[in-house]
Design a protein around this ligand. Structure first.
Ligand SMILES: [Fe+2]
Ligand SMILES: [Fe+2]
Length: 267
């Protein structure tokens, strides 16, 4: 099946959507002809990729909401979970607006439904909630925070920069929620289950780590510094080179992810 467009319907839905967005970025001021023609395709494809991953984030956060409710988690956990679903809807919409402003049609992921493994679905809700918190909230959110932070700090484009900054402000809260949830939830499981949780964390790291390592291994020692990759042609459009991205991965892993994982006992 080919992917379908991410549509809007208007009317009362548009008002509720606008209330959720809570931010007005003048997307009409983003003129696709101002993007150098040799990178326009790459810029559109990268922002479409972000639509896909943010949409997946809505779905995973929504699944997490079902899991914490099914686990009978403490009442005050739910507000954070709802908040994260709303944030991911906002991120998806912001990325979709960028795609549209760049002259392309934002698309849904394909398949739209996330294929979940039977083994995952068979786990008790308390297990599923902790597995989701480890893979999504702790590992993936921490790494994507690192990437967006690096882009947001250097992007001065009025529209693209505003999208990156609005996104990073939300994401930072998700990370904090994740670590705290993991710390508390782990106490409910026997000590001898810890290797299982550590394995889930390692599995969540695999894809991004192997991608980054493949790039880092091709780089000379002089190239292994962020200053060697200013990416001045890409940064205004919210993109960086694979080399800079790999270096940011390494930095985020060493300075943020690894210490937090050790702190909660996942390393
Ligand atoms: Fe997000
Ligand atoms: Fe997020």
């Amino acid at each position: 099946m080919t992917s379908q467009p991410l549509r809007r319907t208007g009317g009362v839905f548009a008002e509720m959507h606008q209330a959720l967005m809570a931010i007005n970025i003048p997307f009409h001021q983003l003129d696709p002809t101002t993007v150098p023609s040799d990178i326009l395709g790459l810029v559109q494809a990268t922002w479409q990729q972000r639509v896909t991953t943010e949409y997946r984030s809505i779905q995973i956060m929504n699944r997490f909401m079902t899991e914490v409710l099914g686990a009978g988690d403490p009442l005050d956990v739910y507000a954070g979970a709802v908040d994260m679903i709303e944030d991911e809807i906002r991120h998806t919409a912001l990325c979709a607006e960028v795609v549209r402003a760049l002259g392309a049609q934002p698309m849904l992921p394909e398949p739209v439904v996330i294929p979940e493994s039977d083994a995952f679905l068979a786990m008790p809700m308390m297990h599923r909630a902790l597995a989701t918190a480890i893979s999504m909230l702790a590992v993936n959110e921490t790494l994507s925070c690192g990437f967006i932070e690096d882009l947001a700090a250097r992007c001065e484009h009025p529209i693209i920069g505003a999208v990156l900054k609005a996104t990073i402000e939300d994401e930072e809260g998700h990370e904090a929620f994740g670590w705290e949830y993991i710390r508390n939830s782990l106490k409910r499981f026997p000590d001898d289950s810890l290797p299982e949780w550590k394995a889930i964390a390692q599995q969540a790291l695999t894809a991004q780590r192997s991608q980054a390592m493949a790039v880092l291994n091709e780089m000379s020692p002089e190239e292994r510094t962020l200053d060697a990759w200013p990416d001045t042609d890409l940064i205004p459009w919210g993109l960086f080179s694979p080399q800079r991205q790999a270096l940011v991965y390494e930095k985020t892993y060493n300075e943020v992810l690894e210490p937090h994982m050790k702190d909660v006992g996942l390393l």
